[in-house]
Design a protein around this ligand. Sequence first.
Ligand code: SF4
Ligand code: SF4
Length: 101
Amino acid sequence: MSEPQKKRRRRRLKAPREEIAWFPVIDPDLCNSCSSCYDYCPKDVFSSAAVEDGLKRRPKMTVANPYNCIVLCSACMKVCAAEAISFPPRDDFEHYVDYLD
Ligand code: SF4
Ligand code: SF4
């Protein structure tokens, strides 16, 4: 990684995590099943779909644990060369986060 790691600010969510709909969405038409997002995310958000009998290609990636996603993180978008990952508008979610430092 060429960029220095940014120090993560301490934060507090202002609502229960399950009430905050911030998580990645994968466009299955664009996803090429490369697993880069799976390898990159430290929060176990992604999982491959179940292998179907007779399927010749790898199954598509899915968002298996959406509420594990860190609110306002969108780092995995950058590792998806297929541009299959998207997030909702960040400005709509800023009000859910209090920064403590
Ligand atoms: S990085 Fe993108 S293309 Fe690769 S598995 Fe994840 S969503 Fe699919
Ligand atoms: S935004 Fe961050 S925490 Fe959420 S799925 Fe992507 S890498 Fe994981």
